[in-house]
Design a protein around this ligand. Structure first.
Ligand SMILES: [Zn+2]
Length: 112
């Protein structure tokens, strides 16, 4: 699983948690269990605050995941121009036919 997908899933999870935190006291109020909790409005303030913080976190992760590029799997290998075999992209010389893979542009441009 890519990092981008993980961030998106994390933001969905955090949104789900935030909805739970925010709605919890309203559910308690509906069910009539308010009497059991002393300082109910302070409790509600805290739960809503936690929910809002989670929502902000979730939104941040979502925005970050949108800006991340999708990882390319093809780029880990390149094809040798001489023998046509797959070679890891960081190789300089083909391990099969020993021909140069990387064009040495730096050495050629030394004349300037
Ligand atoms: Zn080769």
């Amino acid at each position: 699983m890519s990092f981008k997908k993980m961030l998106t899933l994390l933001s969905v999870f955090l949104t789900w948690c935030a909805i739970g935190w925010i709605s919890s006291t309203f559910i308690l109020e509906r069910s009539g269990l308010v009497i059991l909790i002393p300082k109910f409005y302070k409790f509600r303030f805290v739960t809503i605050l936690i929910g809002v913080v989670l929502l902000v976190l979730s939104a941040t992760f979502f925005v970050i995941s949108r800006f991340l590029k999708e990882e390319k799997r093809v780029s880990k290998y390149i094809r040798c121009k001489v023998c046509g075999r797959k070679v890891p992209f960081d190789m300089v010389i083909c391990p099969y036919c020993f021909s140069d893979i990387k064009e040495r542009k730096n050495e050629l441009s030394d004349e300037d």
